[in-house]
Design a protein around this ligand. Sequence first.
Ligand code: TMP
Length: 209
Amino acid sequence: MNSIFITFEGIEGSGKSTQVKLLTKALTALNLPYITTREPGGTPISEAIRTLLLNPEFAEMKPETELLLYCASRAQHTGELILPALAEGKIVICDRYYDSTYAYQGAARALDENLIDTLTQFATYGRIPDITFLIDLPVHVGLNRIKERKLDRLELEDFAFHEKVRQQFLSIANKCPLRYIVLNGSDEPEIIHQNIISALQPLIGERND
Ligand code: TMP
């Protein structure tokens, strides 16, 4: 059995969660074994770290603390959940992974990329996603979509912050064309879903279980 590690990335309001749901429905219909998970989060310890990270009352959190907490959450999540599921031959669908750290803490918080490289290698045990879907969308469209919700600490950042995040995702996608598929987040969800299924077809087809 061949495992597949799929990640979704994008700015706030890009529609990742909708696409994760549509993909799980499709995999269930195909009778393929999968798990869905998210970052920060996915295990009890990582979900506890998520609560700390996203609490809007912790506005004083230092970027350095933020980076280390995202990486701590990732180390636990990867070691406890993602790697064992992949070892069992499952498809792992993860809503955000380390590219979000390069976008939010690297580009938007201006933390050192070399340090992020080192921490990422450490926290992921060197595991790179097999395929990453970037759902790209203009920032004003994404922020408009989430304006009715109770916003978390990161969502409360200003337009310029989210623009840096968007540009960094596009730049990573450009540098990693073999791993990245960029989708137009302004398209109808069903169209985006069909594009995702088409891109996954060769990987799913390779599974010999
Ligand atoms: P979510 O709202 O998509 O679940 O993501 C939680 C927030 O955490 C979102 O604002 C993006 C942010 N984030 C980072 O800043 N760095 C990271 O490494 C990850 C995984 C998420």
